[in-house]
Design a protein around this ligand. Structure first.
Ligand code: SF4
Length: 911
């Protein structure tokens, strides 16, 4: 074993703080730890988290995670002491007091790797280190003697990255009919020779074949709604016919997911049906995300060359290390560790992506190496594209090229399609949105750093060639000066607006507060008011704002026409890359023009007759009592209307599938609601409906406990109950809250007590860690528990021992927002029936976290006596339900714990 690194080390958790100096580890008081860390940089893991634990935000030191990101870029590591131990091949520390020694050993392993001749990520390390020395990165001087200077000068990152190849357009898919039996036989091949045949999965595959039949009516795709109980193997169930169809027709199938988790899982499952590479080196399976997820090389170059300074500049160097080894340049949920950005506190990661659509396409020196362009080209040639609901809808609405629009789409996690459509087809004229548009048009103003460029700089060559285009650009830039600028939120709050949009926002804010009836009870959340009975001053301000927005929209529309003219009657100097850039600019202009038109339409209706197709309201967005946005919102009453037109009608085959697609009412599944929420009726389609029941033995493996003696609003009792449940189960608890305030209060009361028993408690909205990483930490440690809100309710896939109890702090009632009220009133059913559907869906999703595999076991606990029996149908048939006191619940948990130990012990013995 490599000798431990002889540097002081610090470990801080809710259970205490330990220092290791001169070969001795001691538990110390917080003050002593802080003094020691201020004197000498200490080895630690996740400085941000340690800082939160010690209550001292300025804590810094030699963070093992930063060293890991440098030595092993694009590799996975759970950002905890245990995670570092696993990643470096060291035994887990037995107790927290052993953590500092582990840090010294792990640091030594990583440093030793830099000496090794076969260090796979050596290329570029020396050059990067020289920059990090200049930036005074704490690890730089430790690594300097270890990383030898290469004999030949290293090429810099941008020269090393491969170029993508231009490929011919794919022909229209051939017309082929896939037989059910062929698909079932292909499924059998994919699951493997000796695999047990699962009847439900085979039936599901046969059903899925229907969406691949040739379309026989214009704008009427084949449509399938498939309810698939957890554990039937639906992923491979639909990939089997998809693979056959793609192979025979040379067409592309899109699978759209809602969570990144399922994207990851799909990538793994797809490896059974497709090879990693085709004979020509291209990838048959491609993950595709929105462009704001990918590293923009031009932004990175700018950051490396002085655009970033101080700590963000260190981040840029570590991102550059990763960029050389990444699979696809995906910074959000790809192979860039989710924790890297949070270590550097500022929004560094976002600044390295193309957030604002400022891409200059072929005008960019890195265009031929750009990750976004590479992924778009790869997707156009792929058999299977794994995307997400928002991207599929945005692509359908704004695709640059109709040829690349998906025609066969499987929406997995189909119960989220409604919400994704709701977000995609809505409009929001807010201060944040308007200032983004101003920056996009005008570019950097007064003292802003970086390469961000406005419209005039991006299209300088067109302006010098085409006078009308130049005039349109100048007019747009002039008009954009009417949009909000930095400091708008303060000015609006102080009723000192600058310009017509800020004036409107000031009116909106004042009215929202004037009409707020929550009496401060809901302080911390946003406040909203209907766009009805508006005062004359607000209507006047809306009219002025609409005129100002028109002044921006009109020249942008003229510019778009000029660009089209340039493309049609192209000058000699416009080469292929110039054309691509102008096309890119036209596309970017197109959706800003649409956005402005939507804003103007929203404003001109203020004070006028209500449009029954929409729900409009005004809101002040707040987070922790801090306002962060103000604006006007418009949502479709039924967002499946535009979804049907934009996504369904152009497609040839569509499937929506999920374990919770249709509501399980006390009298059986409610397909009518599922069909309505699929958009099919708006496209005049009658979808085929199928249902496959989960093979899991819920009656034996799960139990729902409704705890009847925790009074609503009694925070102390709630915290006490949560702590005792975690103690009884020995961790493995996922606690789901409906309010962030309660989550924080409960965490604050119990985290120390649990940590002292070796039961770490992590929490969304408390720990400075992104949700994906929190889930990784939870999955990695069976003693850990996790508290969270909505995103965890169906974004967590933790099979096995790590998740053995789900606790709901109360019944997940929907929040009575204006939009919710409007949809409930228009639903044609009673308010209670409407709300019950929503609650049952949430319960079913939360319950779905518990049993992920046939041998999973656990309890689902609701800490609320007010749990109507009519909601119990949300749980799978046969699941036992008991109404019990907390004491009785704990007794059942302790019985379950013994069984679990036996079950998991048995599993281990088998493996
Ligand atoms: S082509 Fe656009 S997104 Fe890609 S690196 Fe260049 S500016 Fe960034």
């Amino acid at each position: 074993m490599v000798a431990a690194l002889a540097l002081p080390a610090l470990h801080a958790s809710h259970a205490g703080t330990w220092l290791r100096q001169a070969g001795q580890t001691r538990e110390v008081a917080r003050g002593e730890a802080l003094n020691a860390a201020a004197d000498t940089p200490h080895l630690l893991v996740n400085a941000q988290l340690a800082a939160t634990r010690l209550g001292y935000p300025e804590l810094s030191g030699l963070d093992l995670l930063e060293l890991f990101a440098f030595v092993r870029p694009a590799q996975f590591c759970v950002p905890t002491v245990k995670g570092i131990a696993h990643a470096t091949g060291l035994p887990e520390p037995g107790a927290e007091a052993d953590a500092p020694l582990l840090l010294q050993q792990a640091a030594a392993v990583l440093i030793e790797q830099c000496r090794a001749d076969d260090w796979p990520q050596r290329e570029g390390a020396w050059s990067s280190l020289q920059a990090l020395i200049r930036l005074r990165w704490p690890w730089a001087n430790i690594l300097a003697p270890v990383i030898r200077r290469p004999e030949r000068a290293e090429r810099w990152l941008f020269a090393r990255l491969p170029e993508w190849e231009e490929t011919p357009e794919r022909a229209q898919p051939r017309t082929v009919l896939i037989e059910e039996e062929e698909a079932a036989a292909h499924l059998a091949r994919l699951t493997g020779e000796g695999a047990e045949r699962r009847e439900g999965q085979h039936q599901y595959t046969r059903d899925a074949v229907a969406m691949f039949a040739p379309r026989d009516r214009h704008r009427k795709p084949h449509m399938l709604l498939a309810q698939a109980g957890t554990g039937i193997g639906k992923t491979l169930g639909y990939l089997a016919p998809a693979a056959l169809w793609a192979q025979r027709t040379r067409g592309t199938v899109w699978v759209s997911t809602f969570t990144k988790n399922l994207q990851r899982q799909l990538r793994q499952e797809a490896a059974r049906a497709w090879p990693e590479r085709r004979a020509d080196g291209s990838a048959p399976v491609v993950v595709r995300k929105g462009r704001e997820n990918y590293l923009c090389l031009l932004n990175l170059e700018d950051a490396l060359q002085g655009g970033f300074s101080g700590r963000p500049a260190v981040l840029a160097q570590l991102v550059a290390r990763w960029a050389a080894f990444t699979r696809d340049g995906d910074m959000v949920g790809g192979d860039l560790p989710g924790w890297l950005g949070t270590l550097f506190r500022r929004r560094g990661i976002a600044a390295l992506t193309d957030q604002r659509g400022e891409c200059i396409y072929a005008g960019c020196p890195h265009y031929r190496k750009c990750f976004i362009e590479r992924s778009a080209r790869a997707a156009a040639q792929a058999d299977l594209v794994i995307g997400n609901h928002a991207l599929v809808m945005i692509n359908a609405a704004r695709a640059r090229d109709a040829q690349t629009r998906p025609t066969r789409i499987i929406f997995d996690e189909g119960h989220h399609v409604f919400d994704a459509a709701d977000a995609t087809f809505s409009a929001a004229l807010t201060g944040q949105e308007a200032i983004e548009l101003r920056r996009w048009v005008i570019g950097p103003e007064r003292g802003s750093r970086g390469r961000r460029r406005g419209l005039a700089a991006r299209l300088a060559d067109i302006a010098s060639y085409d006078e009308a285009g130049a005039n349109a650009i100048a007019a747009a830039v002039d008009a954009a000066a009417l949009l909000p600028t930095d400091g708008w939120l303060e000015r609006v709050a102080q009723q000192q607006p600058g310009g017509p949009i800020e004036r409107l926002l000031a009116e909106v804010r004042a009215l929202a507060y004037a009409r707020d009836a929550s009496g401060g009870a809901e302080a911390g959340y946003g406040i909203e008011t209907e766009a009805a009975q508006l005062p004359g001053t607000l209507i006047d301000a809306a009219n002025d704002a609409a005129e100002a927005l028109e002044l921006v929209r009109r020249p942008l529309a003229q510019l778009s026409i000029r660009l089209e003219a340039v493309l049609t009657d192209a000058p000699d100097w416009l080469d292929t890359s110039g054309r691509a850039r102008v096309e890119g600019a036209r596309h970017a202009l197109g959706w800003r023009i649409d956005l402005l038109a939507a804003w103007v339409a929203l404003l001109t209706r203020m004070g006028g007759p209500v449009d029954p197709a929409f729900v409009d309201w005004l809101a002040v967005e707040r987070n922790d009592r801090r306002e962060f946005d103000v604006g006007l919102y418009r949502h479709w009453l039924d967002p499946m209307k535009p979804f049907a037109k934009v996504v369904l009608e152009p497609a040839h085959g569509v499937m929506l599938t999920s374990a919770t697609l249709c509501d399980r009412t006390p009298t059986g599944p409610d397909w009518a609601e599922a069909v309505a929420r699929s958009g099919a009726p708006h496209a005049g389609i009658e979808p085929r409906l199928t249902q496959t029941v989960s093979p899991f033995a819920y009656a034996e493996n799960a139990e729902v406990l409704i705890v009847t003696d925790i009074a609503r609003g009694d925070l102390a009792a709630l915290a006490g109950a949560m702590a005792r449940i975690v103690e009884e189960t020995g961790g493995g608890v996922l606690g789901l809250f409906t309010a962030i305030r309660r989550l924080r209060a409960v965490h604050g009361r119990i985290a120390d007590r649990l940590a002292r028993q070796g039961l770490p408690l992590y929490a969304q909205h408390v720990d400075p860690i992104d949700t994906g990483t929190l889930t990784d930490i939870f999955r990695d440690d069976p003693a850990a528990s996790l508290l969270g809100t909505d995103a965890l309710r169906d974004g967590v896939d933790v099979p096995g021992e790590s998740l053995r109890c789900v606790v709901l702090e109360q019944v997940p009632w929907p929040r009575p927002t204006i939009l919710h009220r409007a949809r409930r009133a228009a639903s044609g059913v009673s308010g209670q029936v409407y709300d019950d559907r929503i609650i049952r869906a949430r319960l079913a999703q939360a319950f779905g976290r518990l049993i992920r595999r046939a041998d999973d076991r656990g309890h689902f606990i609701v800490l609320s006596a007010a749990f109507p029996s009519r909601l119990l149908s949300a749980f799978p048939d046969g699941t036992p339900v008991a109404r019990v006191t907390l004491q009785e619940a704990l007794a059942r948990l302790s019985g379950g714990r013994a069984e679990l130990a036996a079950a998991f012990g048995d599993n281990e013995a088998r493996s």
